[in-house]
Design a protein around this ligand. Sequence first.
Ligand SMILES: Nc1ncnc2c1ncn2[C@@H]1O[C@H](COP(=O)(O)OP(=O)(O)O)[C@@H](O)[C@H]1O
Ligand SMILES: [Mg+2]
Length: 508
Amino acid sequence: MAESAVRMTGVVKRFPGVVANDGVNFEVMKGEVHALLGENGAGKSTLSNILTGLYRPDEGTIELDGSTVSFGSPRSALDAGIGMVHQHFRLVEPFTVAENVILGNPETPFVIDTGSTVERVAELAKRYDMAVDPNAKIWQLSVGEQQRVEILKVLYRGARVLILDEPTAVLTPIEAEALFKTLRAMTAEGRTVIFISHKLDEVMSVSDRITVLRSGRTVGTVATKDTSTRELAGMMVGRSVEFSRAVRRNPGVSSDVVLSLTDVNCNDDRGRQALHGVNVTVGRGEIVGVAGVAGNGQRELAEVIAGMRSSTGGRIAIEDKPVLNGRARAAIAGGVAHVPEDRLHTGLAAGHSVEDNMALKNYRTPLLSRFGLLKRNIITTQADDLVMKYDVKTPDTGTPVRLLSGGNVQKVLLAREFSTNPKVLVAASPTRGLDVGAIETVRERLVEAADNGVGILLISEDLEEIMSLADRIVVMYEGRLVADMPATGATREQLGLLMGGATLEASR
Ligand SMILES: Nc1ncnc2c1ncn2[C@@H]1O[C@H](COP(=O)(O)OP(=O)(O)O)[C@@H](O)[C@H]1O
Ligand SMILES: [Mg+2]
C-alpha cells in the first residue's frame, strides 16, 4: 500500500481578479512520478508555489508524510524535504557546478572543502545518471546541463519531494529523455517527483499517475496506464460552454490569398529558434484559427507577421507582395493590423485618451491631418463613432485607456485596428480575460470584418473560440504547424491531441 507523501486539500489562492486555485485537492504518493497536467493558466505554478512556501494559501491544508505543515518560505519547505527545480535557473555564472550546489546551503562551513564537495556532487550526478562535470563553470554549460545543476542543488540539500515546473520547455528531445531517466532513478530510490507539464505525450511517458487541473480546479487523478492522451485531452480542455458557430454572410475564399507565409523561420527573445519553416495562407475574408498551447511559437508568429520581429528565413507576403522583414511600419502600410496578446503595453498607449489611441495608426493620413496639423474635431468625431459602434464603455473619449476595463480596452484596440481598413488582421487571444458581453462584441466585430473581406489569423488557446469562429484550423506545436484542416469536422478531442504533440494519424 502506497504511503502519502504530499496531500493538499481544498487549496484556494486568489489574486486580484482571479482565483488561481479554487479548492484544489492533490495527493502524491511516495516513490511516484506524479504529473500535474493542465492548460496554460490552469493554476499549476500557483499550486507548486504554495507547496514550496513561496505563496501562502488563502484556504486549505498541506500535509507532508501525514502531518499538517505550513511553510513561511522556500527555505522552510526545503528544510522539510520539498525542493523546487526552477524554470528560470538561479545559478551564479562564474562559479563552478560544485560551488553552485553548495552555495546557500546553511550547513556549508565558512571554509569550503572543495575537494570533498566535488566528490559528493560527482557521486550524486552519477547515481542519478546526470552527465555534468562538477568542476565546469556554469557559463560553459548548456541549458540542459544547467538544469541538472538545479536538480543537484535540491538533491544535495536532501529533498525527498522534487517539483519540476515545465522542465522540458528548455530542453531538446534527447535532453528530455535523459531527464526522464533521471527522474525514474530518483523514484526508484523512494524519492517523489511532481512533474508539471501541459504536454500529453510527455506526461504519458514519464508519470505513474496524473492529476488534471482546469481553471483552478482539480478535474481528476488517473493512473497513467489506465488512461490515454485522448482522455487526458478531454479532461484538460473540458466541455464547458459551447458557443454556437458564428454565422457568416460571406464565407472566406481560401484560394484568393491575402496573407502567405512560406518556410518562415525566426528566433525567440533568447535567440532560440521559435518558428521552424512555417507555411500558412489566409484567404480573403477567411478566418484561419491557430490552435495551440501558448509558448509554442504563437507570439513569435504574430510578431513576425506584424513586422515587430525579424524572420531569419522564408517569405511573408500580402496579396503576393513581399513585406519588408522586421519593419512594423511596412507591415501596416502593406495592410496588416495586429491585436497583440499584451494589449495595454504593446497595443495601446495606456496613459493616453481613448480618442488619441483610436487615431494612433491613421493620424498620418489626409483624413486626420493636414500640413502636419492634426484635425482635432475629426479625431473626436471618429472616436465618438467608434465608441458607439464597438460599444466601448467609457465616460468620454478623453478618458485615458488605462482606466477602462479589459473588455473595453480590447474594443478600443480592435476599433483602431479596423479603422485602418486592413487586408489582414492578426489577433492573438483577442477575448482572453474578457467578460461574456465583451467576448460577444469582439467576436461579432471579427466576423463582420471577415464578411467584409479581411483575412484573419486568429491565434488562440481557446478551442471553443477557434471552433466557433474559424473557417480553417491549423495547430501549432513547438514552433511548427502540425495540421491544417477545415473547421467543420474538426473535433475538440482531435485538436486537444494535436496541441499536446500527437501526430495527425494518432489523433484520428
Ligand atoms: N502573481 C500573480 N498575480 C496575479 N495573478 C496571477 C499570479 N500568478 C498567477 N496568476 C494568475 O493565476 C492563474 C493561474 O496561473 P498559473 O498558476 O501560473 O497557471 P499555470 O502554471 O497552470 O499556467 C492565471 O490566471 C494567472 O494569470
Ligand atoms: Mg505555469
